[in-house]
Write a protein that binds this ligand. Structure first.
Ligand code: NI
Length: 137
């Protein structure tokens, strides 16, 4: 039986959206308040999905303790209470938009979970704005 399990998690982080190839004026026009020189924060909420075949011996798809620990060690410890632009390797030269953060999280989790699983990540930047990778269609 194929099935999907989910785990929710969250982290708080600061960021600034900025394209160094553009003028300050263009950055302000495109990114608005998110271009604030002094950064701003979000309470990021994520939903991680794991899809695959249930192990008939345990009845589990994945031990949720393992999923919880991987998310904690690889995502929360890396990004929680950090300035994403300044303090993380991942966003030193990659604009930390919700799209890019979601994709980076997906890449990290995919690397640290068994390849027999299909991983999905939904990232909420605000309660109303969220992104998902892989894309729906
Ligand atoms: Ni923002």
């Amino acid at each position: 039986m194929r099935i999907t399990v989910f785990r929710k998690a969250h982290f708080n982080a600061a960021h600034r959206l900025h394209n160094p190839n553009w003028s300050d004026k263009k950055n302000k026009e495109v990114f608005g308040l998110c271009n604030n020189t002094h950064y701003h924060g979000h309470n990021y909420e994520m939903e991680v999905s794991v899809t695959g075949e249930v192990d008939p011996e345990t009845g589990y798809l994945i031990d949720l303790k393992i999923l919880k620990d991987v998310i904690k060690e690889q995502i929360e410890n890396r990004f929680d209470h950090k300035n994403l632009n300044i303090e993380t390797e991942e966003f030193k030269s990659l604009n930390p938009t919700a799209e890019n953060i979601c994709y980076v999280i997906w890449q990290i989790l995919s690397k640290h979970l068994d390849t027999r699983y299909d991983i999905g990540v939904r990232l909420y930047e605000t309660p109303r704005n969220y992104v998902e990778y892989p894309p729906i269609r």
